[in-house]
Ligand binder design. Structure first.
Ligand code: FE2
Ligand code: FE2
Length: 141
């Protein structure tokens, strides 16, 4: 069971709660694989991808609203993750019959969340913490 430690928080609640929900689904997927509930795992991956896309859109809107100068660059970064998300969807279709696909999927999901989603967001952390109102920081979005 993985958790998001303090150093990986953006300190804007809408973003951090989305990141936690994404990690919750990864933990559910990992648990489903470990419990040999492959069909459930296959069903959860599209949920993860859909939630990730909704998160990217919400985050981009928040960055734009607060006038973050790197919003276009970050939008392009999110768009560049489309291939990885398609790879995860393709792996999900093979988890029932392939142990290799299950292992690969677990790895892809964790690297995707930690490196591509959370770590890349550190670029705007200090900007956003200073720019957002206290209400935005604490609301659930
Ligand atoms: Fe994010
Ligand atoms: Fe992001």
């Amino acid at each position: 069971m993985m958790e998001i430690t303090r150093s990986f928080e953006i300190e804007v609640e809408m973003i951090d709660s989305d990141h936690r929900r994404l990690l919750d689904i990864i933990n559910e997927i990992t648990q489903a694989i470990d419990d040999k509930r492959e069909a459930e795992c296959a069903r959860l991956v599209p949920d993860f991808v859909a939630l990730a896309k909704r998160h990217f859109a919400r985050e981009e809107a928040l960055l734009a609203k607060n006038g973050y100068p790197g919003v276009e660059k970050h939008r392009k970064h999110h768009a560049s993750l489309e291939d990885k998300m398609n790879t995860m969807l393709a792996l999900a279709e093979r988890v029932v019959e392939s142990a290799a696909a299950r292992d690969e999927l677990k790895k892809e999901l964790i690297f995707f969340l930690m490196d591509d989603v959370i770590n890349e967001d550190m670029d705007f952390k200090s900007f956003l913490v200073n720019a957002t109102s206290p209400a935005e920081k604490s609301s659930d979005g």
